[in-house]
Design a protein around this ligand. Structure first.
Ligand SMILES: Nc1nc2c(c(=O)[nH]1)N[C@H]1C(S)=C(S)[C@@H](COP(=O)(O)O)O[C@H]1N2
Ligand SMILES: [Mo]
Length: 235
């Protein structure tokens, strides 16, 4: 009688095959579905994305293979360009300013969403008021200390109260994986506007397309109304 060995071997070979694929492609396999949903390919060019441990459903994204660690002590946020008072701020400076909290969903354009996330920090609008925006400024540019990622908003967008220079997220200081110690959180727009590892804010005369926008994403990234997601209720 058959001892089932052929079946067993097939199963075993199947597992070996999957294991080998896993070594080659790593987290890419887990992300296959979201890659299909992505309006452009390579939303995660490093292939490093995966679920953030205890991240409440967040995926870890970085366009660079590694990002320097910045502690609360050595972190600096530089604000310059078309402002009256260029500034270099520490975490303590941000903590001394009026704090704003938001409870809002986080929505990645590839399809995943984390509902009702607690965010805290300084409203970007308050920060702009503190440094004084020159009349010639029309846009706000953001750079990441990962050395690669950039984003921007029009000045009108940046003055909304639901955009934070966030130091808190998910009820704790923003972790390194989530872009800490300071990240941007743009509540009304898709996740790619929320620049992680925020290092610089520059007031400028015009909007400059950011990292993903150079690859085809909409600069105005309103959730539900951009990147081909327009529906009958908004048209
Ligand atoms: N510096 C930097 N910021 C970034 C990204 C990135 O790759 N690098 N990815 C963006 C995208 S597409 C999303 S959906 C969110 C993901 O945030 P998370 O890694 O905390 O889940 O960060 C955004 N900000
Ligand atoms: Mo995203």
């Amino acid at each position: 009688m058959s001892d089932g060995a052929p079946v067993g071997r097939r199963v075993l070979l199947g597992m070996v095959g999957l294991g080998a694929l896993g070594v080659v492609f790593g987290p890419s396999l887990q992300d296959a579905e979201q890659r299909l949903l992505a309006p452009v390919q390579n939303h995660d060019p490093t292939g490093l994305s995966g679920l953030v441990p205890d991240g409440g459903g967040f995926r870890f994204y970085s366009v660079t293979a590694s990002v320097p660690n910045r502690t609360v002590e050595d972190y600096r946020l530089t604000i310059g360009g078309l402002v009256d008072h260029p500034a270099t701020l520490r975490i303590a400076d941000l903590a001394a300013m009026r704090q704003t909290t938001l409870v809002r969903d986080f929505q990645c354009v590839t399809g995943w969403r984390v509902p009702k996330v607690h965010w805290s920090g300084v409203a970007l609008a308050d920060l702009l008021d503190a440094v004084g925006v020159k009349p010639s400024a029309k846009a706000v540019q953001f750079s990441s200390f990962d050395g690669a990622y950039t984003e921007s908003l029009s000045l009108a967008q940046a003055r909304r109260r639901d955009i934070l220079v966030a130091t808190g997220m998910l009820g704790q200081p923003v972790t390194h994986d989530h872009g800490g110690p300071v990240r941007l959180y743009v509540a009304p727009m898709y996740g790619y506007k929320s620049c992680k590892w925020l290092g610089g804010i520059t007031l400028a005369g015009q909007v400059t397309p950011g990292f993903w926008e150079d690859q085809g994403y909409d600069v105005d990234a309103w959730v539900g109304r951009s990147n081909g997601r327009d529906d009958a209720t908004t048209s």
